[in-house]
Design a protein around this ligand. Structure first.
Ligand code: GDP
Ligand code: MG
Length: 445
């Protein structure tokens, strides 16, 4: 499987403190082959390998990780990004307004099964879904939906096979309105291949019934074909999201990795079996770790990251205690903390800097002000000489004047910063242990 191949590749990267270009290139060449064999779209692979390479070459290997693990870390992060990073929910109308969802896809992809699976999810959320049997080409399809609907305890609206799908969809929506349903899921007919009639039918339903969400169901086992199907449906009918079925039987992962990158549309759920409970929300990070098949390594990487944060916090605490904290440290930690948690956590960290002030209930405007404030602060510090930064006590009026000119601010700003800095140092001396409880990505006071 893809996981096995990747694991072997990463095992061979070892024993170096910094990732060399040659090592990274050699490993990525194999990663590329493995991804192509897993049926990941060619363009996606090319772009993916390029991004990983750019990030990996010359990268310092974190303490307690091997070079191979360091590359896994980057590959994992890029995979998560490729799949859209965040989980996307199906957008439902508020309250009791009816959301009309149209299921589309080729025959056998899993539309009818997934329709019933989804109904179960909605029901569990307290919604009242109605299923509409719009596949009029196969009598068995109507029967199949009825059986599945019954299993889920969800009503199925059907008009047999004698009507056209557009009329059935319309009638289903008005039945829903009259009977307090708030979701209608239209189970449409597929064809064996992309087919103009099928597309035309879906477009017509979309126009005549106000469809809110068009969800494409594709079979993950078909790999790149699934991606091509998604592209054509998206171009011709327009889709809002994808449900990837039969992932339980897919060892390659190519479709999962490519769909978002190729179509721009997110994967919403994944089908993990034939049972009606076998539908799972799609989490890009879980999928990446599944594809990498390295749960243990990923946990290890997370721990290493947490350790680095803790080490840095400890180092900072030591400096605070000894009041050795100077403007160089200030700059460095600004950068680090910004990486970790953004301006919010900087504000929380610096009670004496007058940036945070009233930190409770910071709104966007206040955060913006604080950002501007911080930039000004940084430019003042950048206008200091190395000596001044490491020894702020030597800042006399003429030095301050020069700094103010360099930073393009009034000298009063420089005075204010130096004064606040002194106050902060004093406060920090009085608060030993303030940096304890530093958690990954967040500092708490
Ligand atoms: P439709 O033609 O698109 O409506 O597809 P169906 O819902 O009839 O499903 C076709 C076949 O795929 C059925 O045998 C389903 O039980 C099966 N199926 C659907 N989803 C999954 C899944 O996530 N995993 C597995 N293993 N089988 C599935
Ligand atoms: Mg069907």
């Amino acid at each position: 499987s893809l996981s096995d191949k990747l694991q072997n590749i990463f095992k061979n990267l070892r024993g170096k403190g910094r990732l060399s270009e040659a090592d990274v290139k050699a490993a990525l060449k194999e990663v590329k082959m493995a991804l192509l064999e897993a049926d990941v779209n060619f363009k996606v692979v090319k772009q993916f390998v390029k991004s990983v390479e750019e990030r990996a070459i010359g990268q310092d290997v974190m303490q307690s990780l091997t070079p191979g693990q360091m590359v896994i870390k980057i590959v994992n992060e890029e995979m998560v990004a490729l799949m859209g990073s965040e989980t996307t929910q199906i957008a439902l109308k508020p309250g009791n307004e009816i959301t009309v969802i149209m299921m589309a896809g080729l025959q056998g992809a899993g539309k009818t099964t997934t329709t019933a699976k989804l109904a179960g999810k909605f029901k569990a959320k307290g919604k009242k879904p109605l299923l509409a049997a719009c596949d009029v080409y196969r009598p068995a399809a109507v029967e199949q939906l009825k059986i599945n609907g019954e299993k889920q305890g969800v009503e199925v609206f059907s008009m047999g096979t004698g009507n056209n799908p557009v009329d059935i969809a319309k009638a289903a929506v008005s039945h829903a309105k009259n009977n307090n349903f708030n979701i209608v899921i239209l189970d449409t007919a597929g064809r064996l291949h992309i087919d103009e009639d099928m597309m035309a039918e879906l477009i017509k339903i979309k126009e005549e019934v106000k469809v809110d969400q068009t969800i494409l169901v594709v079979d993950s086992m078909t790999g790149q074909d699934a991606v091509n199907v998604a592209s054509s449906f998206n171009e011709k009918v327009g889709i809002d999201g994808v449900i990837l079925t039969k992932l339980d039987g897919d060892t390659r992962g190519g479709a999962a990795l490519s769909i978002k990158a190729v179509t721009g549309k997110p994967i919403l759920y994944v089908g993990m079996g034939e049972k009606l409970s076998d539908l799972e929300q799609f989490y890009p990070d879980r999928m990446a770790s599944r594809i990498l098949g390295m749960g243990d390594v990923l946990t290890l990487i997370e721990k290493a990251e947490a350790q680095i944060d803790a080490d840095k916090a400890k180092e900072m605490e030591q400096k605070f205690k000894k009041a050795e904290f100077d403007f160089n440290d200030f700059l460095e930690y600004m950068g680090q903390i910004r990486n970790m948690g953004g301006i919010g956590s900087i504000l929380n960290m610096l009670p004496g800097m007058g940036l945070g002030g009233k930190m409770k209930g910071l709104d966007a405007g206040a955060t913006e002000d604080a950002e501007a404030n911080l930039k000004r602060t940084e430019s003042i510090i950048y206008s200091m000489t190395a000596k001044e930064r490491s020894n702020p006590d030597i800042l006399n009026p003429s030095r301050k004047n020069r700094i103010a000119r360099g930073a393009g601010v009034d000298i009063s700003e420089v005075n204010k910063l130096v004064k606040q800095f002194d106050q902060m140092k004093k406060m920090m001396k009085q608060m030993p242990g303030m940096m304890k409880g530093a958690k990954k990505g967040r500092f708490k006071l």
